[in-house]
Design a protein around this ligand. Sequence first.
Ligand SMILES: Nc1ncnc2c1ncn2[C@@H]1O[C@H](COP(=O)(O)OP(=O)(O)OP(=O)(O)O)[C@@H](O)[C@H]1O
Ligand SMILES: [Mg+2]
Length: 388
Amino acid sequence: MADAKERDSDVLALGEISAASAVVGALSEEALCRTDIQLTQLLGIGVQGAKGHTGDIVTLVRSSKGELLAVAKFYMKAVTYEAEHKALLLLRQILKDEPTCSVPEVLASRRVVLPNQTPGGILLMGAAKGVPLDDELIAVGKMTPGSPERLTAMSDLCEAVTMAAQTYALLHSRSEDKSQQQVNEAYLQSFIAQNEDMMTRFEDRSQQDFPALFARLGASFDAKQIRQTMTTITKAFLQNTGRPVIAHGDAHVGNLFWEKDTRHITLIDVPTANQSIDGEGKSRGSAARDVCNFIHKLAQHGSRLNMQWREIKKLQDCFLTSYAEAGGSYTPESFHFFHLRSALGEVTRAIKRDHNLSKGMIDYLNQCLSEASQFIRDRDRHHDDISS
Ligand SMILES: Nc1ncnc2c1ncn2[C@@H]1O[C@H](COP(=O)(O)OP(=O)(O)OP(=O)(O)O)[C@@H](O)[C@H]1O
Ligand SMILES: [Mg+2]
């Protein structure tokens, strides 16, 4: 078998996308040293729960007896292929020797040229054990509220969320760059620019169709308050970002697998971790990005999957407490910045992409706004007390 380095530089031209299956089959046979391979294609898009939005094709590699041997991901963009490959190797190194959590092992990798002559890639990786956490949310949402089975399932879910929090705390604390006091400015500016873009779109539409749309939903909303609070919280965040870490970057309940029997967490779908790694391999990201994304997605998917608000709140509290107990930390300014950003992003996406804006999403955004405003008021009062 050729070594991984040699294979990686061996670019393969795919005449048709369907040829990808043949390549995945051959790569799997070679890397796993098995010939009884069966492939099941799982398009990234449209799978249950929170899964798959990029459209990259995921193929489950099974033995002829149905045993899951590996997973192959076929990337339509070389940049995502390179990003996921690099991040998997680095994160696996960071979590090395950790019995409770991991990222999939890279078993084989291959650059390809797509039929339209643009470069892409295929990664064959170890299969995450257990089930994605969003499957657990789906299961709880289907049970009768208040029933003993729902209470038991909720307690399992709390345990999984606790371990998820410990995993992120471990990733963040192990990758923390203690020589720096502040997160990289360029990393932050990309989020600030995205926020600016979202707010501008909000303001434009607040002059047009938003009043009628929000009135129809029975929700109230003040675009000026968003601008004001976001500006203040951004300024406060830039003054106290906290130390840089490597963040997963897409920390949602579908990107985390949980195996109950072994109490093991596997983080998958890691290309965005590269945004928090600089050219020299140093950490440059914010821990609050993962923390806020995760608790926000718990709320977003939980409410869509029929979970009660107090159950969602319990899971969010469980996550935040366990994260802190496991040694994870972030500044309150970074928390409010990313918390508000997540809520604003969800409302923006709901309007733009899915047209599924709900009153609940607007209420959630209003709640994030009022928590951030309260934080700023308390902080200013505290500063005034100190200076007087
Ligand atoms: N290593 C793995 N082990 C088991 N299942 C996997 C693995 N990698 C991917 N999957 C399955 O394929 C789905 C899509 O993969 P992945 O999350 O990597 O792709 P994506 O399209 O980038 O998704 P996202 O919407 O989160 O950006 C996952 O939700 C999971 O169900
Ligand atoms: Mg995913």
